[in-house]
Design a protein around this ligand. Structure first.
Ligand code: ZN
Length: 665
């Protein structure tokens, strides 16, 4: 042994002897076996961290529980909804375990929110205004008109919407739907509309359908163009593959989760394009605020002056919302968003009742003002302070680590990160102003994950060394670090079982510690897929067939254009005929050397002549209810023999691919 090695060891021993040894927390439950899905027990560090959260917040405060239960008319304790084929779509009974004190595997603040979101049923909000809560991710609200119900936000799925309105009719009497209001372009607020109203009925009775301007455009484009990737990522964000349980999914913070049934949409008959728009709908006076580019690209709120009741849609809610959503979407503008809340305060500030598209209402002017002001200030604060740090040269990861809400904002439950989080919203602000590049040249063109992974493993002295070091970090509770280094190994060698196990265990703990429902679900789904693999099939856009049919033609073409396999068609000239039988429109698109100049196409006469022998359907040709359909076939012209099969280059929209990997290469 060299003399200096000797000295170093002696010095190290001496130092470790005199310093006070750090006490590792102990927790008896840490030795419990994994559950059926393989999720490991919460560690001593996780249990201690969650206990400290319970000490830092007034979790025993009963106000929200009183509000969430107020006005209860009826509740179905075993609320379950199935599809026509018997597939379960919604099951509130599965969340029955969420009661009493939080287990150490759930952040106590999230547990509180999950208990609140468990309170479900039919509620009277104020005279003539009712809500069905806990029938889906969002609320369905009913406003009593002169001739029937004005339905606000008919949920995500036809099946849950039908169950909700039937329950209301059972208790409030059988009235027809006299109008529908879609508050915004997210599917949990319109997808179930066909469960409360058929298109024929809407047409026959001239039922007004009110939505914010650009509703159809936004509602269909987000779900079609980027739908496959977003849906795959939504599996993570909403924990759709996770068992419900203390080590699994407890809710999404915003509600329980979206119902996966049959989606539909109806064309609005009237759109709201300015603040304020006054309308009398079925005898009820409405004042609308148009709030585009807030929580959704197309969104409205409204005020019922006669009832002094404000519906905040999803512009405000009982949680910090997403400036950036983990399923992936365009970043939202915190300044605009905050501005709309300020505008609502100015115009509807005498409200005595507030209700929203998610969560429970608030009663009393003073409390409503306080709630709105704090929501407004929160989004503004995140925007301004994240930017202030950016101006000092901080980069996204540093900003997320530094930023904190002031005491007055962070102790208010509706400002807690149950859905969005301060960390990922702070990064979203940076992204909005500066994009993905943080300015550091090392991050300009880094190696892709598999290549970098192999290099890191080599640098660590091989897989065994890396795992040994990562295990030591795990034992100290450094789960974020474990995730970072072991992820390199999994990407270098996805068959390394020990690495997958350790990474999954780190994700378990990160999930158990998260206050945000989506963060918990993301980590636990990562662990789930490391243990059980990804789903066999990707998302089939056919499940959103009704949306495809309503998509404006340009959006439909955009959705096809992003499916075009450019490398396969390179150098080929192709002319494609698109025949929309429902619209009686034929378009000819030219794909030349794959610039696809466009599927922005021109009408073409004589369509029959051009259709290939084996036409492919872009969307469904089986129309359940005999409605108009956006049924397109396409044919190939031109250089047939040299061209690859059309289906290879432009796969039909209804074709499902394999679900792509996320936690492994
Ligand atoms: Zn929503």
């Amino acid at each position: 042994m060299q003399w200096w090695v000797c000295v170093t060891i002696i010095l190290a021993l001496a130092l470790s002897g005199c310093g006070k040894r750090e006490e590792a927390p102990t927790f008896a439950g840490a030795n419990l076996p994994p559950d059926v899905a393989g999720n490991t027990a919460p560690s001593a560090q996780t249990a201690a961290l969650n206990a400290s959260v319970a000490d830092s917040l007034p979790l025993a405060d009963q106000q929200d529980f009183d509000d969430a239960q107020r006005g209860l008319i009826a509740s179905d304790a075993e609320l379950r909804v199935a599809s026509a084929e018997g597939t379960p779509i919604w099951d509130m009974g599965a969340y029955g375990f969420i009661e009493g004190d939080p287990p150490p595997s759930v952040n106590p603040s999230l547990w509180r929110q999950a208990r609140l979101n468990n309170i479900h049923g039919l509620f009277e909000v104020t005279k003539g205004v009712y809500q069905l809560r806990g029938y889906d991710l969002a609320n369905m609200s009913l406003i009593e008109g002169e001739t029937g119900w004005i339905v606000v936000d008919p949920l995500t799925a036809e099946e849950t919407a039908r169950a909700a309105i039937s329950f209301a009719r059972e208790h409030l009497g059988d009235k027809p739907v006299s109008a529908v209001i879609f508050t915004h372009s997210h599917i949990d607020h319109f997808g179930g509309v066909l469960g409360i109203l058929t298109p024929e009925e809407a047409e026959a009775r001239q039922v007004p359908i009110i939505a914010p301007e650009l509703f159809i455009d936004e509602a269909t484009s987000e779900n079609i163009i980027a739908g496959v990737t977003m849906s795959r990522r939504a599996l993570y964000m909403f924990g759709l593959r996770l068992p419900r349980g203390e080590r699994g999914h407890v809710g999404s913070g915003l509600g329980k989760g979206p119902a996966h049934g049959t989606f539909g949409i109806l064309q609005p008959t009237e759109t709201i394009s300015k603040t304020t728009t006054e309308l009398t709908i079925d005898g009820v006076q409405f004042v609308f605020q148009n709030a585009p580019g807030s929580e959704a690209p197309a969104e409205l709120t409204f005020y019922l002056p006669d009832l002094k009741t404000f519906c905040g849609a999803e512009v405000v809610s009982h949680n910090m919302h997403n400036l950036y959503t983990l399923r992936g979407a365009k970043v939202r503008d915190a300044i605009k968003w905050s501005g709309y809340i300020d505008e609502a305060l100015a115009r509807f500030g005498d409200a005595e009742v507030y209700f929203g598209s998610h969560h429970w209402p608030i009663w009393g002017n003073e409390r409503i003002i306080d709630f709105l002001e704090k929501q407004r200030d929160m989004y503004k604060y995140i925007n301004d302070q994240a930017l202030r740090l950016a101006l000092h040269g901080y980069t996204p990861r540093e900003i997320a680590e530094h930023l904190e809400l002031p005491e007055s904002l962070r102790t208010s439950f509706p400002n807690r990160g149950y859905y969005g989080t301060l960390k990922h919203n702070a990064k979203a602000v940076y992204q909005r102003y500066f994009g993905w590049y943080d300015g550091n040249p090392a991050n300009l063109d880094p190696l892709p994950p598999t290549e970098a992974g192999a290099k890191y493993v080599e640098l660590a002295g091989g897989a065994a060394n890396l795992l040994q070091s990562a295990q030591a970090a795990y034992d100290k509770g450094e789960y974020r670090w474990v995730a970072e280094v072991v992820n390199h190994l999994v990407f270098a060698d996805p068959d390394n079982q020990e690495a997958r196990d350790l990474l999954a265990r780190a994700y378990d703990q990160l999930g158990y510690q998260a206050e945000s429902g989506p963060w918990r679900d993301v980590y636990l789904t990562g662990a789930f897929e490391l243990r059980h693999g990804g789903p066999d099939e990707g998302i089939n856009l056919a499940s959103a067939i009704d949306m495809l049919k309503h998509a404006p033609l340009e959006r439909f073409l955009d959705a096809m254009a992003v499916r075009l396999n450019a490398p396969k068609a390179e150098g080929k000239e192709m002319i494609v005929n698109l025949i929309f039988t429902d619209l009686d429109v034929t378009l000819r698109a030219r794909a030349q050397e794959l610039r696809l100049t466009s599927l922005r196409a021109r009408p073409t006469p004589g369509r029959e002549r051009d259709v290939e022998d084996h036409p492919r359907h872009l969307s469904s040709n089986g129309d359940r209810q005999g409605r108009h359909q956006r049924h397109a076939v396409y044919g190939r012209l031109g250089n047939r023999r040299k061209s690859p099969g059309l289906g290879e280059i432009l796969p039909p929209l209804r074709q499902t691919g394999r679900a792509f990997n996320i936690v492994v290469p």
